[in-house]
Design a protein around this ligand. Structure first.
Ligand code: ME8
Length: 499
């Protein structure tokens, strides 16, 4: 089995912010989970470097677009290890191999009869790099996302015959109800589709910062066509000398937010059909992180700095907070208060405490060694089917629900400690066997939650599993009793309160 997951490629007109970190963390959790299932995983992220938003931002700073792209691509790259992202490749759309692939694929689209010359006139938002339909324009002729006034643009372009895909896309949506998830986004894409597709510009004449149109070098490709093709082009050069598309194309899941739904849910499958390429299995659309009720965005200036959060609390804490507090797929407000609350009440008090006291008790009462006593059937029953359930949820990109399933077991183990009071058992010689069983059950429970939490809390899970002497991360081993833990050691607090 192979699993290919992508994030959007982010614009390099400014530095990364929490919204970008969020999508990458979510896609990373999926990638890690699928690796635990023993699948071959390819996880792609990268930067979108052409087009007007980047050219305009560069000129405003007195830089060439390439200079700004180089500078900011580095910042997006630097974010990845800091948030624990395990991406297999980082694509930049200024990579020559990507640009050549864009030219190749779009020439094929033209050869197949889906490109013609025309004149475009419409209302345009340079920050979205997108023409707006009449029903998408806010009062005062403003962009509904950026609130800036739209410009009236007229230019001679090559057009992509999107309208030719009206019926094929309707068929796609009828046959594959999970092509776009969650359901609300599927419905939104479908209603856009049903409103009737119009042809769209494929090239820009006035711009020079982009991939040259091979059959008319006065034009560059419209940035969205260049950008979408990254998902396909990356596979052709991520591993020098290999073409990974045989193994990984079509993509299993494109993770995006709803701002770019139309491009992914409508343009992208149409473009792939026009190029005779297979369609992705699914597009998963998450919601917006909001601050003060507005979408966090670079251009609005209301951003929360992920680097600052990570410096203080570590990347696992950020990953946990975002995937736990904001139901994946819905919009959710983020705030420092809510973050600190989750950190101290759940990470420090629940998981951190469970881990340190369990390990400390095994070291104190048994010198770190565990006998192979049968685990307590009560806990075995409470954990029964857990990893299957988590797998089913993550396969549907239900990252928050899956995390909640695991967290209920963290809480269950804490209750088990209170119910069994190992410190009382340790006082009574005749209860030595019971104490062995309780400690063994707790160690196994911790191991199982450690394995299942790895996609969410990779660094902390690895520390925990190392202390348990159990390095197997596979899902197959994520059941109570499978671990055969012999010896444990104590650990430093996983989530220090004083952070
Ligand atoms: O649109 N909440 O790039 P971009 C949640 N280059 N997610 C957010 C977010 C927020 N407040 N803000 C940003 C582009 N994101 C194009 C994409 S893909 C072929 C080309 C995340 O830098 C979310 O994933 O504006 C959103 O879709 C993406 O960043 C937009 O990034």
């Amino acid at each position: 089995m192979s699993f290919y997951v992508t994030t959007p490629i982010y614009y390099v007109n400014a530095a990364p912010h929490l919204g970008h970190a969020y999508t990458t963390i979510a896609a990373d959790a999926m990638a890690r989970h699928h690796r635990q299932r023993g699948e071959d995983v390819f996880f792609l992220t990268g930067t979108d470097e052409h087009g007007e938003p980047v050219a305009d931002a560069a000129h405003a700073l007195g830089l060439e677009p390439q200079e700004l792209a180089d500078k900011n691509a580095e910042r997006f790259k630097a974010l990845l290890p800091q948030i624990g992202a395990s991406n297999d490749f980082f694509i930049r759309t200024t990579d020559p191999q990507h640009m050549a692939k864009v030219q190749e694929v779009l020439t094929r689209v033209r050869d197949n009869g889906y490109v013609y010359e025309g004149t475009y006139e419409g209302s345009y938002c340079p920050k979205c790099a997108d023409f707006k339909a009449d029903n998408e324009i806010d009062e005062g002729n403003r962009c509904p996302i950026h609130h800036i006034e739209l410009t009236r643009e007229q230019e001679d372009n090559y057009f992509f015959r999107l309208s030719a895909f009206q019926e094929p896309l309707e068929r796609l949506y009828a046959e594959r109800e999970d092509f776009v998830a969650p359901r609300t986004r599927y419905n939104e894409a479908l209603s856009f589709l049903r409103s009737g597709l119009r042809d769209v510009p494929l090239t820009r004449h006035k711009l020079t910062w982009g991939v040259r149109v091979p059959w008319d070098p006065e034009h560059v490709f419209y940035v969205w066509f260049d950008a979408l093709l990254n998902y396909y082009s990356a596979l052709s050069y991520a591993r020098p000398g290999e073409d990974l598309s045989t193994e990984f194309w079509p993509a299993s899941c494109h993770v995006i937010a709803k701002d770019i739904l139309r491009f992914h849910a409508i343009y992208w499958p149409a473009l792939l059909m026009a190029a005779e390429l297979q369609l992705p299995q699914r597009i998963f659309v998450h919601g917006y992180l909001l601050m003060d009720g507005e979408k966090m965005s670079k251009s609005l200036g209301n951003v929360l700095d992920p680097f600052a959060v990570i410096d203080r609390f570590g990347s696992d804490a950020l990953r946990f907070y975002l995937l736990r507090d904001v139901p994946f797929g819905q919009d959710g407000s983020v705030s420092t208060e809510a973050f600190e609350q989750r950190y101290s009440s759940e990470l420090a008090n629940e998981l951190g405490n469970l881990a340190s006291r369990t390990l400390a008790m095994i070291v104190r009462y048994r010198d770190g060694a565990l006998t192979q006593a049968d685990p307590d059937p009560i806990i075995v029953a409470d954990f029964d089917g857990l990893s299957t359930r988590v797998s089913e949820l993550i396969a549907k990109a239900e990252l928050t629900l899956a995390l909640d399933e695991i967290w209920q077991r963290v809480r269950r183990l804490n209750r088990y400690v209170e119910e069994q009071a190992p410190w009382q058992l340790a006082k009574v010689q005749a209860r030595a066997g019971d104490l062995d069983r309780v400690l063994g059950t707790l160690a196994e429970g911790l191991r199982v939650v450690g394995v299942l939490l790895w996609p969410y809390l990779p660094a902390s899970s690895e520390k925990l599993l190392a202390a348990l002497g159990a390095s197997d991360l596979s899902l197959a081993g994520a059941r109570i009793g499978a671990g055969g833990i012999e010896r444990v050691s104590t650990i430093e607090s996983l989530f220090p309160k004083s952070a």
